[in-house]
Structures are given as structure tokens and as C-alpha cells.
Design a protein around this ligand. Structure first.
Ligand SMILES: CC(C)(COP(=O)(O)OP(=O)(O)OC[C@H]1O[C@@H](n2cnc3c(N)ncnc32)[C@H](O)[C@@H]1OP(=O)(O)O)[C@@H](O)C(=O)NCCC(=O)NCCS
Length: 284
């Protein structure tokens, strides 16, 4: 059994850390570009903590990226090279951030994790919340347009008239969502009509990394009964565009998680889109 030790990362560790992230995460989590850039920036700008574990030959076999926010330490990323799983290296990294947090007088360590809930529980973390992200695979499936409503693109000129039928906060949220996707995904904003009456608005956004994934950015339904049709309007549009997935982060007004599961939606497991378990360990 080799000896391992934890230390703070140096700039010459960044490539090793990126390789570990490549290999440790799921196939779809191979984000060499964004990870490498973010680690280089962290080391340059400071403010974040990047711990690494090295073996007795100085080979980096795991890392943890964390930071301090208020009275809490937060873990952003943790990964161990797959050849070294189950040897306590992840635990060493957790102890390193806990010790640093204790020295700084912080009260807890927190993280959000899609895959490693049992790992954190083994080291005394408790699950304090779940943020569901459901995803529907649409490629290769028969997807029909919703029957109940008619969808058409939501144009800039439509917006002012919506102010009259929506409450102030809903309308301001709509404007914020509309303009935040206006440049990148103008075709993913849809107005929904029943006859001549507007019954809702739905806006999607292409994921910044998985361009085949559209996530629900905004949904407004005049009556609860239209909400699912509105979502399926976005599903239909995405299918017409030849995309692969549609994702929804809960809660969404008038959309029921269990109902979507019955329709084949599953927990998201893409690195930019996943059901996240919030984990916390109080430091005594
Ligand atoms: C999660 C991870 C960091 C654990 O590192 P490790 O060095 O194997 O951890 P330890 O040896 O200290 O602890 C092992 C325990 O963690 C848990 N565990 C190990 N791999 C796990 C995985 N892929 N998913 C969930 N839990 C895992 C098990 O409970 C295991 O306990 P056991 O050995 O008694 O069965 C490592 O498996 C990894 O890099 N996984 C891929 C990346 C990842 O999922 N990161 C966290 C999400 S952001």
C-alpha cells in the first residue's frame, strides 16, 4: 500500500487534475476545456482552494476544489483517479477541507452532488435537500404536437399585450427570461393559444455545453390545466429541431414530478444538468 499525502495544488498540477476529472466522471462529463480553464483561473485569481493528493512518487491521484462562502466551506468538485478508488483518498480530501474550514472558524462544509451521496454519507455528511432535474430523451421517439393548444413563436411585439393578462412579477420574470435567451435561442420562445386566446408562454434554452439539450427556462400558464401542454409544446419544438433531450428543473408551477416520471422522464445525469443532493456536515 502506497503512502499518500494532501497538499495545496500548484500550477504544474492543472493538467494532471484535468486528466483525473476526464477519467473519474461519467463518459458525458468529459469537459476538458471548461475544467482546465476554470482550474487555471482559480490558481491565478486565488479565492478558491484546490487540494491535491499525491502518491509517494509525486503523482497526483485526486483533487478537491472548494471555497469559502459566509460561515460555510463549499466543495465544488472532487474526484479521484479510478485506479485509486476505495483506498480512502476521497476521505483524505474531505478531511483536508474540513480541517481548513475548522481553522478558519467555519461552521459547516456543504456540497451538491449528483452521484456521490453515499460517499459523503460515509464521511458524516447528511442530505439536507434534493433539487430534482428531470430529463426526457426525445431522439428516436414519436413526439406529436400538443392537441389542446396551438403554439407559435413568441415575438417581441407580443410582449406588451401579455402585461395585461399576467401579474407584475410573472411578467417581469417573463421579460427577464425572454431577453436572456433572445440572442442565443430566439426560436425557443413560444406563445400558446386556445382559439384566439393566449393561454401561456414557454421558453427554452439550449444548454451551453450539451447543445442537444434544451432546458425549460420559463413557463407561464393562464390556467393550471394548460401547463403540461405548454411543456410538451417545447418538447415538440425540440423534436422538430432534431435535438436529443429536454430538461426541467423543479419546482415548475402546475407541473407534477410524478406525472412526468410516468411519461418517461428520468433524473438528469448530465454534468450540466442533474438531480442534485445537497449534503452538509456540521463542524463541531
Ligand atoms: C466519489 C469519489 C471521489 C470517492 O473517492 P474514493 O477515494 O474512492 O473515496 P474513499 O475511498 O475515501 O471512500 C470510498 C467510499 O465512497 C463511496 N463511493 C466510492 N465511489 C463512489 C461512487 N462512484 N459513487 C458514490 N459513492 C462512491 C463508497 O461508499 C465507498 O465506501 P466503501 O469503500 O466502504 O464501499 C470517487 O469515487 C470519484 O472520483 N468518483 C467520480 C467523480 C465523482 O463522482 N465525484 C463526486 C461528485 S461531484
Amino acid at each position: 500500500m502506497k503512502d499518500f499525502r494532501v497538499r495545496m495544488a500548484r500550477p504544474d498540477d492543472v493538467v494532471a487534475v484535468v486528466r483525473i476529472a476526464n477519467q473519474a466522471f461519467l463518459e458525458t462529463a468529459r469537459l476538458t476545456g471548461p475544467i482546465g480553464r476554470s482550474f487555471a483561473q482559480q490558481l491565478r485569481d486565488g479565492g478558491e482552494w484546490l487540494f491535491v493528493v499525491e502518491d509517494e512518487d509525486g503523482r497526483v491521484v485526486g483533487f478537491l476544489l472548494g471555497r469559502h462562502s459566509g460561515d460555510t466551506a463549499k466543495i465544488g468538485w472532487i474526484a479521484v483517479h479510478p485506479n485509486y478508488w476505495g483506498m480512502g483518498i476521497g476521505g483524505m480530501l474531505l478531511r483536508a477541507i474540513e480541517e481548513k474550514a475548522r481553522r478558519m472558524g467555519l461552521r459547516a462544509v456543504e456540497t451538491g452532488t449528483p452521484f456521490a451521496r453515499s460517499f459523503y454519507e460515509k464521511y458524516g455528511f447528511k442530505c439536507i435537500g434534493v433539487q430534482r432535474a428531470l430529463i426526457l430523451e426525445i431522439a428516436g421517439k414519436s413526439i406529436e404536437p400538443p392537441q389542446e393548444v396551438r403554439m407559435r413563436p413568441l415575438l417581441l411585439d407580443d410582449l406588451s399585450s401579455l402585461a395585461n393578462i399576467m401579474g407584475r412579477d410573472d411578467y417581469l420574470s417573463l421579460l427577464s427570461s425572454y431577453f436572456s435567451t433572445f440572442q442565443s435561442d430566439p426560436e425557443k420562445a413560444l406563445l400558446s393559444l386556445d382559439g384566439e386566446n393566449v393561454v401561456g408562454v414557454v421558453i427554452g434554452r439550449a444548454d451551453s455545453i450539451y447543445r442537444d439539450l434544451v432546458t425549460l427556462e420559463y413557463l407561464y400558464s393562464v390556467e393550471p390545466r394548460y401547463a403540461l401542454s405548454l411543456l410538451y409544446g417545447l418538447v415538440y419544438l425540440s423534436s422538430v429541431e432534431g435535438l436529443r433531450w429536454v430538461g426541467v428543473r423543479f419546482p415548475v408551477p402546475h407541473i407534477d414530478e410524478e406525472e412526468l416520471r410516468k411519461k418517461g422522464w428520468k433524473d438528469g445525469e448530465l454534468p450540466t444538468f442533474w438531480t442534485r443532493y445537497w449534503m452538509r456536515k456540521d463542524l463541531k
